[in-house]
Ligand binder design. Structure first.
Ligand code: UDP
Length: 254
């Protein structure tokens, strides 16, 4: 099958829904852009509060969030004209910490208990990530918001998300996007375009047009058979539905 386009669609699901049963522990990947909400950049507390309400609908699952920083800085874009790539990536990682601490505050003030942990050490601002600390927070029913990616340059928070999902043995990564899945052709051009409900890691990796996640992240997920669900964040109930195992986007699994 030709998997060419990843585009938004307001249409109905294709109908080939199936139930996988509820995920017990998931990693939700949120990009920085999703936190800027109505603004051109920075942090929109209203959007964060909306996300908190959506997460509250998902009862019983353990939730880890890997947070991006693109609403403030992306290393690849910032580097150059004297700014070294390593410096730019450090700035990008610090951006994720800004998001994590603000998101944690908004979650806590909206009745969703959360703790921020960071892989880039910034002791005065957030607790350092450790495996044990993350598990301890999860066991107390807290949402764990992880910042700083992996804490090393030349990586994105997508790759960090896969690494963290493996480390914490998550059942699935829910990759929140602006679009509602992967299509077999361009829905804007082809009224008969079908959303692809499931594809294998290998298929996703081999298709150059699939840009839903960077290839390093997808490669790591492929190597370790880590399930991914690509879904549209802003559709109400989608987070809860994804966690409940409803087919709401495109699932990538072997
Ligand atoms: N980053 C990094 N190492 C990591 C994760 C992130 O150096 O492990 C830097 C990188 O510069 C990246 C920035 O942090 O561009 C922000 O992350 P990302 O671009 O993934 O954010 P998103 O696009 O998800 O908002």
């Amino acid at each position: 099958m030709l998997l060419k386009f990843i585009l938004g669609n307001n249409g109905d699901p294709t109908g080939d829904e199936y139930t996988r049963g509820m995920y017990k522990r998931i990693l939700l990947k949120l990009s920085g852009e999703q936190l800027q909400g109505q603004f051109d950049g920075g942090f929109d507390a209203d959007r964060a509060a909306w996300i908190a309400e959506e997460i509250k609908k998902a009862q019983g699952a353990e939730i880890i969030i890997m947070i991006g920083g693109g609403n403030y800085a992306r290393g690849a874009q910032l580097a150059g004209k004297g700014v070294q790539r390593v410096t730019a990536d450090n700035i990008g990682m610090m951006a994720t910490i800004m998001n994590a601490v603000a998101l944690t505050d908004v979650f806590n003030s909206n009745g969703l208990t959360a703790r921020a942990l960071t892989n880039l050490t910034l002791d005065q601002v957030a607790d350092q990530f450790t495996h044990r600390r993350a598990l301890s927070h999860l066991s107390k029913g807290r949402v764990v918001i992880v910042a700083g990616g992996i804490g090393r340059p030349y990586l994105t928070t997508d790759t960090a998300a896969v690494s963290l999902a493996l480390e914490l043995e998550c059942d699935a990564i829910l990759k929140a996007t602006k679009v509602d899945g992967i299509y077999d052709s361009d829905p804007a051009q082809n009224p008969n375009a079908q959303k692809i409900t499931t594809i294998s890691h290998q298929q996703a990796l081999e298709q150059p047009d699939i840009k839903i996640m960077d290839k390093a992240a997808l490669g790591l997920a492929t190597e370790h058979d880590q399930a991914l669900v690509v879904f549209e964040l802003l559709k109400p109930d989608n987070i809860a539905k994804a966690i409940a195992g409803e087919s709401i986007g495109t699932t990538i699994k072997s």
